[in-house]
Design a protein around this ligand. Structure first.
Ligand code: ATP
Ligand code: MG
Length: 355
């Protein structure tokens, strides 16, 4: 039997609080299901580590992580450390070096969750966000600094290969799941070089899937449509920036950041993939045990699915939905007064009920 090796990076703020609940759920599964075994190692590469060592992880951090089957990540960010440091010295190196070029963000309205809008059906779509290039680059710079003529140039890097591999992954999912239409988030009418190449590369991939329609929708129109008729979407492919914006909007449509997981996927599986909630370290609520652990626990479910245990992932999702529908043990963001660990405990109980 395969024993999964999981690297755990709790991070800062509410990260350790919610990751605790995620680990509790994995342990609960291992306790009741004799077909599932894992081992985990915790790496406290967070802002405290940075303040002590002047770096976010040890020099051999990446080669250490490389040997794990998956990385389970909490959240990072701390007022004492400049905002760009954890992003550029921890998260980006992991995503880029481990070729996690697909950022999968399910936007799914779980059973029992109220949406702020009245959709004409359940909201349930996948955003495949490009995760390794695009608008979030550090190429560019500033000219004529400290003069009135100051200019900043920020380069977007779109590569045909980069878009193709992302789109291929999304279309493959669409084909497997009998999705008839993939929406391409674009803005090639105004961003004429990079988004044009983006569209062409998506179109090229689409041509290998004649049974799936591809619809190019400009990002500005798309955000409006997502508010007006979110239930009609199934799969969206988007660039790094557009995907980021779409999924924060999506999160708000289906219950907020406390209910929004994500997967940073390495489709080739030659490096570990990483699973983390969309939300940050939320310093405003950390240390109080009021953070919602469901985004983290759902991220664990995505990890199980990626590791080939869709069955266990479904068990976790059913447990989460039962707890939400039951309304008795919800954190304040969902209108309850439960503490973080109580929601985690309730989900564990619901897992045990299924065995
Ligand atoms: P970052 O820059 O790391 O994204 P941030 O402060 O901009 O951090 P978040 O940490 O995601 O953004 O928090 C945004 C808001 O959402 C905060 O007010 C926080 O309290 C709330 N929030 C985030 N995650 C959760 C959660 N799991 N449960 C409850 N509230 C949350
Ligand atoms: Mg934020």
């Amino acid at each position: 039997m395969k024993i999964y090796n999981i690297a755990v990076l709790p991070g800062d703020g509410i990260g350790p609080e919610v990751i605790n609940e995620g680990m509790k759920v994995l342990q609960a599964l291992a306790d009741v299901d004799s077909t599932f075994k894992f081992e985990s190692t915790t790496f406290n590469w967070n802002s405290d580590y940075y303040l002590k060592h002047n770096r976010m992880m040890p020099e051999d951090g990446l080669s250490t992580l490389q040997h794990y089957d998956a990385i389970f990540f909490g959240a990072i960010g701390d007022r004492r450390v400049p905002e760009h440091i954890p992003i550029w010295e921890l998260i980006m190196p992991i995503r880029k070096n481990f070729r996690q070029y697909v950022n999968l963000r399910p936007i799914k309205q779980l059973r029992g969750v109220k949406s702020p809008i009245n959709a004409n059906g359940p909201i349930d779509f996948y955003v495949y966000r490009e995760n390794a290039e695009g608008e979030y680059s550090n190429i560019g710079g500033r000219l004529y600094q400290q003069t009135d003529e100051e200019i900043a140039i920020q380069n977007t890097v779109i590569t045909k290969k980069g878009v193709r591999r992302l789109a291929s992954y999304a279309f493959e999912y669409a084909e497997k799941n009998h999705v008839k239409k993939v929406v391409n988030a674009t803005k090639s009418n105004a961003i004429v070089h990079s988004m044009k190449l983006w569209d062409e590369a998506v179109e090229e991939v689409a041509s290998s899937y004649p049974e799936i329609m591809v619809e190019d929708v400009y990002i500005d129109a798309l955000v409006a449509h997502l508010v007006q008729r979110p239930e009609t979407y199934e799969v969206i492919v988007a660039s790094n920036l557009f995907g980021d914006i779409l999924t924060d909007l999506g999160a708000a449509l289906v219950g907020g950041l406390g209910l929004s997981p994500s997967a940073n996927l390495n489709p080739e599986r030659n490096f570990p993939s990483m699973f983390e909630p969309i939300h940050g370290s939320a310093p405003d609520i950390s240390g109080k045990q009021i953070a919602n652990p469901i985004a983290q626990i759902w991220s664990a479910a995505l990890m199980l699915e990626h590791l080939g245990r869709k069955d266990l992932s479904s068990i976790v999702m059913t447990a989460i939905e039962n707890v939400i529908e039951d309304k008795k043990v919800l954190t304040p963001d969902l209108g309850g007064n439960a503490r973080t660990f109580e929601t985690g405990d309730a989900i564990v109980q619901q897992i045990n009920h299924q065995y």
